[in-house]
Design a protein around this ligand. Structure first.
Ligand SMILES: C[S@@+](CC[C@H](N)C(=O)[O-])C[C@H]1O[C@@H](n2cnc3c(N)ncnc32)[C@H](O)[C@@H]1O
Length: 327
């Protein structure tokens, strides 16, 4: 990591309160205004206050979060991230569009899940860096659907956590957590807002394709969560995409903080084994689904991300959970 960039990130423009009248204060005000338009405006800086780990860990590798930020058109990335992202774009020129459509899908599907199922708690795992991107993110859309809903974010990347705590006031907390350690997430000392005896929404947008054993994650979720809980997920697929493009994008992530795994559609659908997929007709291209069917984003020829929302049926009668219960 070049020293200047490291210094800028540690000391300066991206974390901590802005000086009144400074360009960053203006940026923060604009961001708050945008959030407000989407239905949520709370004081910025809503960290959990428990982990106290706003320190940044940078190891010189491209990070999946900052590569995604570059694809979204954001500015919170470094040369190493841009280099990886440009390799991805060379293999799949649609990648920036697809990243933006993924973000839109995550917001639409999560807010739909909250509104339709009357669920008041959302756990967003892998929150990404969407600051400065003019697309409402998950927590903003959820709060718009139900201002009383609480969204708790988790991410293992300290840079992501610092950004989210500073710039995403819609979260009721942004905590350190890894999707491969669900115990750490659901038993986090600051996560007492999450009551897994009642239905919750779990958002896994563009996260499981970084996880080798994604099936284990979904299986554990179905064990841990109450019937009536909803998982919203999106995932890069190799189906109907040229092998050369998939190989090129996979290679671009080879030295990144996590490696991407393009799975065929049937494997992604199988992740919801035991769940009821409720995004008709089934697994969908992220730019093709909206609750009323009216949203139809641009078609993509060079890379596909598919998504679904799935509900956990009441298959464990002895636990006697009430689907759709309001918390
Ligand atoms: C491509 S971004 C997606 C961000 C956001 N969910 C969205 O769809 O807009 C992937 C995010 O997942 C996070 N991530 C990577 N590995 C993870 C893991 N094992 N557990 C939880 N989050 C992870 C990254 O730090 C990054 O913030």
């Amino acid at each position: 990591m070049p020293r200047l960039e490291h210094h800028l990130l540690r000391s300066g423009p991206l974390v901590g309160p802005a000086l009144p009248g400074s360009p960053r204060a203006a940026q923060q005000a604009e961001h708050a205004r945008r959030q407000q338009r989407c239905g949520s405006a709370r004081k910025a800086g809503g960290g959990d206050g428990v982990t106290g780990d706003n320190g940044l860990s940078l190891d010189g590798r491209a990070s999946t979060a900052r590569v995604y930020n570059y694809l979204l058109g954001g500015k919170d990335n470094f040369a190493v991230d841009r280099e990886a992202a440009e390799k991805i774009i060379r293999s799949a020129p649609d990648a920036p569009d697809v990243a933006r459509e993924n973000l839109r899908f995550a917001g639409r599907a999560a807010s739909w899940a909250v509104a339709t199922h009357g669920i008041k708690r959302v756990v967003d795992i892998g929150v990404g860096i969407s600051y400065g991107v003019p697309i409402p993110s998950v927590e903003t859309c959820v709060k718009q659907a139900d201002p009383a809903a609480k969204v708790i974010g988790f991410d293992p990347d300290e840079v992501v956590l610092a950004h989210a705590r500073a710039y995403r006031p819609g979260y009721g907390g942004v905590l350190h957590g890894d999707v491969t350690d669900l115990d750490g997430i659901f038993n986090h000392p600051a996560a007492d807002l999450i009551d897994t005896t009642k239905p919750i929404v779990v958002v896994l947008a563009a996260v499981l394709h970084f996880i080798k054993d994604a099936t284990a994650v979904m299986d554990e979720l179905s064990e841990r969560l109450a019937a009536g809980s909803v998982v919203v997920l999106s995932h890069a697929t190799s189906t109907d995409t040229s092998q050369g493009r998939v190989a090129g994008m996979t290679k671009a992530y080879k030295k990144a903080s996590s490696q991407i795994i393009f799975r065929p559609e049937e494997e992604i659908r199988a992740l919801a084994h035991g769940w009821d997929i409720v995004t008709p007709p089934d697994l969908v291209d992220v730019q093709r689904w909206s609750p009323d069917g009216s949203y139809n984003g641009p078609s993509h020829e060079t890379v596909r991300v598919v998504g679904m929302a799935a509900v956990l049926p009441d298959h464990r009668p002895e636990q006697n959970h009430t689907a759709g219960a309001v918390q």
